[in-house]
Ligand binder design. Structure first.
Ligand SMILES: Cc1cc2nc3c(=O)[nH]c(=O)nc-3n(C[C@H](O)[C@H](O)[C@H](O)COP(=O)(O)O)c2cc1C
Length: 351
């Protein structure tokens, strides 16, 4: 495998999504084998206890690399978690040239275009043919599936679970600190940044920006919360956009074993790339699924809310664990505001 091909594979991996744009990946080449590791300095904190978010991002990164290499005629032999006592070593990938199996990889064309879009309202429809294509992509990764609310009751219940989880991100001092520490206010409202959340990608309306920025201070958030701010934010950031979008689905993983979460990240990425090819905008909502797994150390006062959320999610999508909701719809225009990435050399030695 030449250097150009290896660099192309890394760039495809780095284009993957990650929670709060944390990009928690490390790459190490050993000849033509590639080790994918989780970056200890960018993972394992608060919501990422037990590496759920990092494993999802690693799965998405892995899938991008497999799809890109596949489009060049390489097959990947994957060994997930090759050394159980090394919790940061996510996968070893052995690349094989297979001229016979040079299948077209339509998803490869969407790797660079895929992005998170937090705007609304979005229009429809999400046709049954589109749903079937997204379902098929999820199921290509063994054990993974999408759940779609079928009735008004299920749609309301899903929206309510997501709203409550998003509300908690502003109510819990621990989650509030984590959320606001990932927002790069220093970049201003018009510039991208290479890591973390650029304010311009958050779709906050201009008149609300000063108030939103002030909320990064715990004392301000605490005062505003006495006036009900967290509930308004949960409604504005989740309930309303979802209500005004035609599609919502949930990635369901079979167990919380790390190999299944990693596989969930692979399925998430296939679904997102297919949605991109179908012209859909996508915003993930991970708080409901991830917080209700019970691994995140939130204040005791919120534990009961979390266990209620877990039961409500389970009632909706059992068997399995609903992990990431995807809001879907057709945006009127392509977004100008996209998240940046760090330079490839910062993810480990270049090939
Ligand atoms: C596991 C995971 C969880 C995410 N959770 C959320 C979320 O709850 N809300 C949200 O708006 N975006 C969420 N995102 C989107 C990321 O913030 C986004 O991928 C990142 O900022 C990079 O931007 P891009 O997707 O446009 O490349 C999530 C992404 C991943 C992979």
């Amino acid at each position: 495998m030449d250097r150009y091909t290896k660099t192309g594979i890394l760039c495809a991996g780095i284009a993957a999504p990650s929670a709060d744009n944390s990009q928690p990946w490390r790459f190490e080449w050993r000849g033509d084998d590639l080790d994918l590791r989780i970056d200890a300095s960018r993972s394992g904190h608060v919501s990422d206890t037990r590496y759920v978010l990092s494993d999802l991002a690693a799965g998405a990164c892995l899938e991008n690399m497999v799809i890109h290499a596949g489009s060049l005629g390489y097959v990947a032999d994957l060994q997930p978690f090759p050394q159980p006592d090394d919790e940061l070593w996510v996968a070893r990938i052995r690349w094989r040239r297979d001229r016979e199996r040079a299948l077209p990889e339509p998803l490869a064309a969407a790797i660079e275009q895929r992005h998170t879009d937090r705007r609304f309202p979005w229009r429809g429809p999400i046709t049954t043919a589109t749903q079937a294509r997204l379902d098929a992509q999820a199921r290509l990764i063994p054990g993974q599936r999408l759940w779609w609310p079928q009735t008004a009751r299920e749609r309301n219940a899903a929206r309510s679970v997501i709203r409550q989880a998003e509300t908690l991100r502003f109510k819990s001092p621990t989650l509030h600190a984590e959320l606001f520490s990932s927002i790069r206010f220093a970049a201003g409202w018009h510039t991208a940044c290479e890591e973390g959340l650029a304010p311009m990608t958050l779709a906050v309306e201009p008149p609300l920006r000063p108030a939103f920025q002030a909320m990064r201070r715990p004392a301000v958030m605490s005062v505003l919360n006495r006036l009900g701010a967290a509930s308004v934010l949960g409604w504005r950031s989740a309930w309303l956009p979802i209500r005004l979008s035609p599609g919502l689905c949930l990635l369901v993983i079979p167990s919380t074993a790390r190999s299944d979460v990693l596989a969930g990240g692979r399925a998430l990425q296939r679904v997102w790339l297919q949605a991109t090819l179908d012209g859909l905008s996508v915003q993930p909502y991970a708080a409901a699924g991830v917080l209700s797994l019970g691994f995140v150390p939130v204040e005791p006062a919120f534990q009961q809310t979390l266990s209620r959320l877990g039961s409500a999610l389970h009632d909706l999508c059992a068997p399995g664990y609903g992990l990431v909701f995807l809001r879907l719809g057709h945006a009127q225009s392509a977004p100008r505001d996209r998240s940046g990435r760090r330079a490839p050399g910062s993810f480990g030695a270049l090939p």
